[in-house]
Design a protein around this ligand. Structure first.
Ligand code: OGA
Ligand code: NI
Length: 365
């Protein structure tokens, strides 16, 4: 078959699974359908007794206490942030100022959204990648070869008044709880940007900070139903996040793994904390000092898992490039200038694989 024939056949097959994993599970399931079975090298490693083989202990990410960041210990905390962004591309934040109720309510109302009848959820299904609200499954449900065990709800969130009218109207308290969550996450992001810029030794008043304040925010709610054969599939394939920073809230079920020293390690969830990670745009902006690290999600056979990722970056009209303050004759730019729209088009046009977009922007001499 010619390559041009492969895509339509696959797209036809993909249609069978468009209703998502939750729908599949609600109809009773004892085996993972072939569509979700990953090639062996990509699968998580389990023993015969269905226990995940853990390379070591769970990874304890560097912990940032936001209250300390605002006190006399700031220089020390900034150094910890810089080290974490270089070594892991990830850190965890506690004492971040968001009331426990705001995050609990968000997780809880998202659970209720995914428990709605399929007909209600499917009102928000769209193949338009730039739709203000998009309900879907897998990663790219039109193009993915193998599906992942994940349904999602993607909400454009900034500027909020522009997008809020499109958000789900059911459950009836969804909009108000999710809007509070989005606003407070945005504030947290702004504080983090200040700290990140300072940790890169870029002085205050930087225009990047102003651009980011007016930048894009997309809230992605991920729903991972229990899976009868978790050793065969993934909740999310290895990927890096495209934005500047991602702020991730998880419930108490583990699943997130990051690539650390060429090994997949599970991040220990700390109740009430946020996992923050460097995205591709920050790697470019920092001219490669901070790393946008690959991560993936495992599923399990007993517990449903919900996570909420808030992706923040520059406005869609911006050009993403290494900060001029980090480039000089000894530090030439390592990435080409990239406009954000091209970036998004690239990401949505193909199966996400590793970090190929970021790689394609690298300047090789
Ligand atoms: C993401 C992501 C991790 C998780 O949404 O980009 O990596 O634990 N989520 O759900
Ligand atoms: Ni991610």
């Amino acid at each position: 078959m010619s390559p041009s024939m492969v895509a339509p056949v696959m797209e036809e097959e993909n249609k069978k699974y468009q209703k998502g994993v939750k729908h599949l599970c609600d109809n009773g399931l004892t085996k993972v359908p072939t569509k979700y079975i990953w090639p062996e090298p990509d699968r998580p490693i389990f023993t015969k007794s269905d226990k995940l083989i853990k390379p070591k202990q769970n990874l304890k990410l560097p912990l940032i206490d936001f209250a300390e960041l605002l006190g006399p210990n700031r220089p020390h905390v900034l150094r910890t942030i810089a080290e974490a962004c270089k070594t892991y591309g990830f850190f965890q934040v506690v004492n971040h100022g968001m009331e426990g109720d705001v995050s609990k309510n968000m997780i809880e109302v998202c659970k209720r959204f995914f428990e709605l009848p399929y007909e209600e959820r499917s009102k928000y299904m769209s193949s338009d990648m730039s739709a203000p609200v998009r309900y879907g499954t897998s990663f790219n449900q039109i193009k993915d070869n193998v599906f992942c065990w994940r349904d999602f709800l993607k909400l454009y969130a900034h500027p909020l008044p522009e997008y809020l009218p499109y958000w789900p109207s059911s459950p009836s308290d969804f909009r108000s709880l999710a809007a509070t969550y989005a606003k407070e996450t945005k504030e947290m992001f702004e504080m983090m940007v200040k700290a990140i810029l300072e940790s890169l030794e870029i002085d205050g008043g930087d225009e990047a900070a102003e651009e980011l304040e007016e930048g894009s925010q997309v809230v992605v709610v991920n729903c991972y139903p229990p899976c009868p054969e978790p050793e065969l599939t993934l909740g999310m394939p290895p990927h890096s996040d495209y934005g500047f920073l991602t702020l991730l809230l998880q419930d108490d079920v583990e699943g997130l793994q990051i690539l650390y020293r060429d090994e997949w390690v599970t991040v220990d969830p700390i109740p009430g904390s946020f996992v923050v990670n460097v995205g591709d745009h920050l790697e470019i902006f920092s001219n490669g000092r901070y790393k946008s690290v690959l991560h993936r999600v495992l599923v399990n056979s007993t517990k449903p898992r919900i996570s909420v990722a808030s992706l923040h970056s520059f406005p869609l009209t911006s050009v993403v490039k290494p900060s001029p303050k980090l480039v000089d004759e000894h530090n030439p730019p390592q990435y080409m200038d990239t406009d954000f729209t091209t970036f998004l088009r690239y990401v949505s046009s193909r199966e996400p694989k590793w970090k190929n977009f970021l790689e394609s922007r690298k300047i090789t001499i």
